[in-house]
Ligand binder design. Structure first.
Ligand SMILES: NC(=O)c1ccc[n+]([C@@H]2O[C@H](COP(=O)([O-])OP(=O)(O)OC[C@H]3O[C@@H](n4cnc5c(N)ncnc54)[C@H](OP(=O)(O)O)[C@@H]3O)[C@@H](O)[C@H]2O)c1
Length: 211
């Protein structure tokens, strides 16, 4: 499948590594795609870089890996129409980065997941990967077994597709519900971020234990 990832940072590149390892074609998007030339060269023939518009046009499935507070700006730069009918993985967290650890912005009704779905009503937004550290996106190795990937979104088929991707990447999938619950996944990401900062635990992941 052709995967278009809006973003040029560590998260976009970690996701790309997973998709490339799973034999997909990947384009990363940036306002300045020239800075991704070395990444594209080093990542092999199935990797390329373009503008946000190039990337959203290229991708049959899209992912958004920009700051949650800039996600709608990135979508507008890409062009709303390029999202029509596509699954969009929302990897973002909307953070105020003015202090460390960062603080969460938005709430129920104003989460990044909901604002993204609202911006692209003809696309199928699935929030996923936002509660994981990018170093463990692909084939996470933990003594306790595969960690849990929480996802939410309104379209059952889109969630099935994203769940299949998460499983291939090495995660156990937990479907939390509709996109209206995105705020809770964004808040859960804050638990990951705060405990990472306070304990210097950058390789950690969530797992629900059940009987
Ligand atoms: N760090 C993690 O392990 C982790 C894990 C899960 C989720 N996340 C979330 O994943 C997202 C990406 O994180 P990251 O650290 O890789 O990258 P980032 O530094 O948050 O974002 C970099 C990307 O955002 C774009 N961008 C920044 N401001 C923009 C604006 N005003 N309009 C349009 N695009 C803009 C940049 O575009 P240019 O290339 O044009 O500069 C670049 O592609 C964030 O929402 C983060 O919270 C992070």
């Amino acid at each position: 499948m052709r995967i278009g990832i809006l973003g040029s940072g560590d998260v976009a590149k970690s996701l790309a590594r997973g998709f490339l390892s799973e034999a997909h074609e990947v384009m990363l998007g940036s306002r300045d795609p020239g800075k991704l030339a070395a990444w594209a060269r080093e990542s092999g023939g199935h990797a390329s870089a373009g503008t946000f518009a190039d990337t959203a046009t290229f991708g049959e499935l899209l992912a958004i890996a920009v700051p949650g507070t800039s996600a709608v700006d990135a979508i507008q730069l890409a062009g709303i129409g390029t999202f029509t009918g596509k699954i969009v993985i929302d990897v973002t967290n909307p953070l105020d980065m003015s202090g460390m650890p960062p603080r969460l912005v938005g709430g129920l009704g104003t989460s990044a997941g909901e604002l993204i779905q609202h911006a692209v009503p003809d696309a199928f937004v699935v929030k996923a990967f936002n509660t994981a550290g990018n170093a463990t996106f692909y084939k996470p190795q933990f003594a306790g077994g595969p960690p849990d990937m929480f996802l939410c979104g309104d379209d059952a088929k889109a969630k099935e597709t994203v769940a299949t991707i998460c499983t291939a990447f090495g995660w156990n999938v937990i479907d939390v519900g509709g996109i209206a619950l995105a705020h809770y996944l964004e808040a859960l990401a804050m638990v990951w971020i705060i405990t990472a900062f306070s304990g210097n635990h950058w390789n950690q992941a969530f797992k629900l234990l059940r009987q």
